[in-house]
Design a binder for this molecule. Structure first.
Ligand code: GSH
Length: 196
């Protein structure tokens, strides 16, 4: 639909918001974004997501869709005439949903095993699981610094996969600069009175 109006209610460092950006860009869709002040949520956010009052919310022609995984699946179903983000085979689809759910629990090491030698999580097809996981990349530097570990040493295949994903315009245009995210975290912790 050419006259679709799409708005993401977002907060720029959010991993969840980036998923929505990537999915829309994979489908070649134009969207606007409204950045929220999370300390002072807008009436729009409270109206669009009255249950959780969280970003991201995708507003499609005035109607809100909440929860990033649900939003990405909505985008895939709504624009099913373009590159699919989920496989059509029910078993492969169930597997993709399983790993997306798993990512929500953030267990990277086992994801390294699930990726194996594949180009993307959906074999040659960049899709749902890739979209759900890649936004964490912009936080890797912050996790590593605060957690004092090196993701590249622990999970080299995940890092190589991240680089492949970053070659896609939908991903590189959607992710924020990891240094900017780190600076945001530092100033946030400072504001909370934490030393480091
Ligand atoms: N399960 C949600 C998580 C969204 C989420 O945690 N959003 C955070 C920002 S990254 C938020 O809005 N926090 C504000 C709050 O919880 O009051 C999703 O996948 O969309």
């Amino acid at each position: 639909m050419a006259d679709d109006k799409l708005i993401i209610v977002n907060f720029w460092p959010s991993i969840f918001g980036v998923r929505v950006r990537i999915a829309l860009r994979e489908k070649g869709l134009y969207f606007d974004e409204k950045d929220e002040d999370m300390q002072n949520k807008s009436p729009l956010l409270l109206e669009m997501n009255p249950v959780h009052k969280q970003i991201p919310v995708l507003i499609h022609n005035g109607k809100p869709i909440c929860e990033s995984l649900i939003i990405v699946q909505y985008i895939d179903e709504m624009w099913n005439d373009r590159v699919p983000l989920l496989p059509s085979d029910p078993y492969a689809k169930a597997q993709a949903r399983f790993w997306a759910d798993f990512i929500e629990k953030k267990i990277f090491k086992q994801l390294e095993g699930a990726l194996g030698e594949k180009v993307y999580f959906g074999d040659d097809m960049f899709g749902f699981v890739d979209i759900v996981l890649i936004p964490f990349y912009m936080w890797f530097h912050t996790y590593e610094t605060y957690g004092n570990f090196n993701i590249g040493v622990e999970c080299p295949k995940l890092i190589a996969w991240s680089k492949r994903c970053l070659k896609r315009e939908s991903v590189s245009k959607s992710l924020e600069d990891p240094n900017k995210v780190y600076e945001f975290m530092m100033s946030y912790r400072k504001k909370l009175g934490l030393e480091y």
